[in-house]
Design a protein. Structure first.
Length: 355
């Protein structure tokens, strides 16, 4: 199924003022922001998030308790996929805390992020926040967005042209390797967090490093106390691989294959910078849950501090406003989103396969 520009018919938003010759002046985003504020869509949903965190904590505790009660048996390994899904839920909470969706208090947001990121996942909240905020400021910008910097994967033909050795081989086959590589993402996120400690201030390093160490100690103690070494290693491999895959499935469709701003070209305003580089996934209750609300990627990028349950409510307003402005609003199905993302990665590697 191809991507579509979706029609909608919610209440009309005020149009930006027109100057000489009918050319619009002023911010294209401002009218949308005013309406979202007037409808209370930027207000906190403290109760919703409190329930979400409590339910997640209860299921995490139940899973750990189940591991202890089952003990050293192969049946315990069946809880690894369950723990992977709950780890992804935990990551979504940490993500929302970093965007001040849960509370406007920076200290409380950081505490929630440290608990759900560093302590429960072994993933640095400070590292993630720094990287993710730079991504939000300039999505898909090859010089400013760390998510499209040339690394294991590349996203432009210019990046592909300078690859050599093993990286050249990876680029040739990166579309086929993308999802297998996400199996390593759970471990990679932990490694990046420990590496980032060198960048942090001494005080931040002490807090972040202590919580990361406590996670590693607690995780390994649980596994090697409950299971024999062989089963413990296998449990960890399954858990971390499926956790990485889940995150990959959630983040892969968001921007890959979408517009990439020309560093030397026209400077886009906030609305076009976020809408043209983002892709929505048509949602239902299951999709919204599985993707942690990130399937409303356009709305999330326009309103990063908007609570997750409000993204679906603001979506009709955004679609109508984009239609009014003539700005393409890209929305597609889940499977087709992966097809589009992988097609882009495949096309980037095409010149190297022909060389």
């Amino acid at each position: 199924m191809a991507q579509t520009v979706v029609p909608a018919a919610p209440p009309a938003l005020p149009r930006p003022d027109s100057g000489a010759g009918g050319r619009r002046t002023g911010s294209e985003f401002a009218p949308l922001l005013r309406v979202a504020k007037s409808q209370g869509l930027l207000e906190q949903r403290t109760g919703w998030y409190a329930r979400t965190m409590i339910v997640n904590a209860v299921f995490l505790a139940a899973t750990v308790t189940g591991m202890v009660l089952l003990g050293n048996t192969w049946w315990t390994l069946l809880l690894a996929p369950v723990l992977a899904v709950l780890s992804a839920r935990t990551a979504f909470i940490g993500h929302d805390a970093g965007h001040a969706q849960i509370t406007g208090d920076r200290r409380k947001s950081r505490l929630i992020g440290l608990i759900h990121g560093n302590l429960l996942l072994g993933m640095s909240y400070a590292w993630w926040n720094d990287k993710h905020n730079r991504h939000h400021a300039n999505p898909n910008h090859v010089d400013k967005d760390p998510d499209v910097a040339a690394d294991v994967l590349v996203f432009t033909s210019r990046q592909a042209a300078v690859r050599d050795g093993l990286r050249r081989w990876l680029t040739r086959h990166q579309a086929w390797l993308f999802f297998p590589l996400t199996l390593l993402e759970g471990i990679a996120l932990k490694v990046y967090g420990f590496q980032d400690l060198r960048r942090q201030s001494p005080r931040e390093r002490l807090v972040e490093g202590t919580l990361l160490a406590l996670h590693v100690i607690g995780y390994l103690t649980l596994l090697f106390t409950v299971l024999t070494p062989g089963k413990a290693v296998l449990f960890a491999v399954l858990h971390q691989a499926l956790f990485g895959l889940h995150l990959g499935l959630a983040f892969a469709p968001n921007h890959k294959g979408m517009e990439m701003p020309d560093p030397d070209g026209e400077r886009w305003g906030h609305l076009r910078r976020q809408v043209l580089t983002s892709r929505n996934i048509r949602g239902n209750a299951i999709t919204d849950w599985f993707l942690g609300g990130l399937n409303y990627q356009i709305e999330h990028h326009l309103f990063p501090s908007m609570p997750r349950p409000h993204l679906t409510l603001v979506r009709p307003l955004v679609r109508a406003h984009c239609r009014d402005l003539g700005v393409p609003y890209t929305e597609t199905g889940l499977v087709d989103s992966y097809r589009q993302a992988l097609h882009h990665l495949h096309a980037v590697g095409e010149p190297l396969r022909q060389a």
